[in-house]
Design a protein around this ligand. Structure first.
Ligand code: RAM
Length: 487
């Protein structure tokens, strides 16, 4: 409890400042009667509060006016009929309001929205009315004045970089949100990728520290694992979901932060927690040092339907052990021997139990012999295979129609990370341009939560309408472009 409070205090101390900007659409005034509608285009994706004024034209309003106001991250969302929504997440995320205005007034809508387009329909007005003074007050904790243009002459990469940094900017509020439309909370997997990209763009260190402490203050489950998300609005609440790979990636996020900042105070605060996460994970291993399915919680890896995750999860574990042992060695912590030894043992057992010698690929019984890009990528990142063998495995699986392929920018990030690790910079650039460039071709202002090029209606939640079109984990092209000096 003492630690929890101390961490929450530190999180509070690192509250980032929000920067506000008023965006005024081109249309200034709209005269309307029942049934009329107007479409406002902010010209960019924005997160914030919408306001407008309403008055009579000649005869006084006579009776309350009913407006339907819809906010869309893209035009498809504006055109969608939300009454047909049949997804698994709550329809209350869909951004549409019906409001009644009793008399002429300035209306500032109380809820925050994420949108580029706003459609106002006058559902019922007994007299001619006018709507005017449209304004959208946007917010972000990203300081855009520090952002430098990416050093690239490639037109598509330039566009991708702008859309990536916009995506990150929109998700940077008082903490790193996963998506400003939905779920509007702090998830570990998203945090890691946002923080990485932030180091190379806005470099706001406060927000990273704040997020690390918000998790450190979380309530662990019976096995000692951190929650995989926390809420912080309007007050702090530790999430009830526990995701195995996210627990590990928290440790990686601490390693990334220390690598970037050398901040001993934060490291000293969080080191015991990192050790406990790895130690708790170790308790899930069987006699062959392979992780086992846990009751009541799961691994995420990707939103790929029917994906078997065990090999990939084991790879995330290797990757984390590797990064953590490296960190401990660097700071002279004696425990580094323990984690490095363990890393070697687990790597060895992965090769023995998860690798198929005949097929020369990671396919095994533990994953019902399912072939996936995910397993190969994480085993490569975990160092279970290296060099030419690893390249071959990766390229072969990416080209295999029968293999499970990534469905989200989140997993595509790790494909590129694996390519970079193997020195496949050229392949990585082609891959990045093709995937993220595909969203650009489809008109993306910000990058999406899920995208499968040949399946425009793909949704992890059974209905595309609920997908987030500005999603934190898709912002990493800017990280790759800047870190690897892709020009
Ligand atoms: C969804 C969100 C979030 C992700 C989790 C696993 O709710 O898209 O970004 O981290 O899933």
């Amino acid at each position: 409890m003492a630690d929890k409070n101390r961490f929450l205090e530190k999180a509070q101390k690192n509250m980032p400042v929000l920067h506000y900007r008023d965006i005024v659409p081109d249309i200034t005034e709209f005269t309307a009667e029942s049934g009329d509608s107007i479409l406002l285009d902010l010209g960019e994706h924005a997160v914030g509060h919408f306001s407008f004024s309403f008055d009579r034209v000649n005869i006084f309003v006579d009776a309350p006016v009913r407006l339907k106001i819809k906010f869309g991250e893209d035009m498809r969302e504006i055109e969608d009929d939300f009454s047909l929504y049949h997804g698994v997440l709550s329809s209350t995320w869909l951004q549409e309001e019906t409001i009644h205005l009793d008399f002429p007034q300035k209306m500032t809508m109380p809820r925050r929205y994420a949108c580029r387009y706003i459609k106002i329909t006058v559902e019922k007005a007994n007299r001619l009315i006018k709507l005017y003074g449209f304004s959208f007050r946007s917010s972000t904790s990203a300081d855009v004045s520090v952002l430098k243009k990416a050093d690239t002459t490639d037109e598509m990469l330039g566009k991708i970089d702008i859309v990536s940094t916009n995506t990150l900017k929109e998700c940077m509020q008082t903490f790193f949100e996963d998506g400003p439309k939905r779920d509007r909370r702090l998830w570990i997997g998203d945090l890691r990728l946002e923080a990485l990209t932030n180091y190379y763009t806005f470099n706001n260190l406060e927000i990273v520290r704040r997020c690390l402490y918000l998790f450190a203050a979380g309530d662990c489950n019976a096995l000692g694992f951190l929650p995989s998300f926390v809420y912080d609005t309007p007050y702090y609440h530790s999430g009830e979901t526990f995701i195995e790979d996210y627990v590990l990636l928290y440790v990686v996020t601490v390693c990334d932060y220390y690598e970037h900042t050398g901040d001993d105070e934060v490291l000293c605060d969080l080191l015991p927690l990192c050790k406990s996460q790895l130690d708790s994970f170790r308790a899930t291993l069987d006699e062959n040092l392979i992780t086992t399915k846990q009751n009541g919680w799961f691994a995420f890896i990707d939103w790929c339907p029917g994906l078997e995750i065990l090999t990939a999860l084991q790879g995330v574990y290797l990757y984390t052990l590797d990064r953590f042992a490296g960190l401990l060695e660097k700071i002279g912590d004696e425990d580094y021997k323990k984690y490095s030894c363990f890393l070697e043992e687990v790597r060895f057992s992965c090769k023995k139990h998860l690798y198929n010698e005949k097929k020369k690929i990671f396919v095994n019984d533990a994953d019902n012999n399912q072939l996936s890009v995910h397993s190969q990528v994480w085993m490569i990142l975990g160092g279970a295979v290296d060099g030419e063998d690893a390249k071959e495995i990766l390229l072969k699986t990416l080209a295999d129609e029968n293999a499970k392929q990534p469905c989200t920018p989140y997993m595509h990030h790790y494909v590129i990370e694996a390519m970079m690790k193997l020195g496949m910079k050229n392949e990585a650039v082609v891959y990045l341009k093709k995937y993220w460039g595909g969203m650009i071709e489809l008109g993306a202002d910000t990058f999406w939560e899920a995208y499968i090029p040949d399946e425009p209606d793909f949704s992890p939640y059974n209905d595309r309408m609920i997908n987030s079109l500005c999603h934190a984990w898709s912002c990493t092209p800017s990280y790759f472009i800047r870190k690897y000096k892709i020009s």
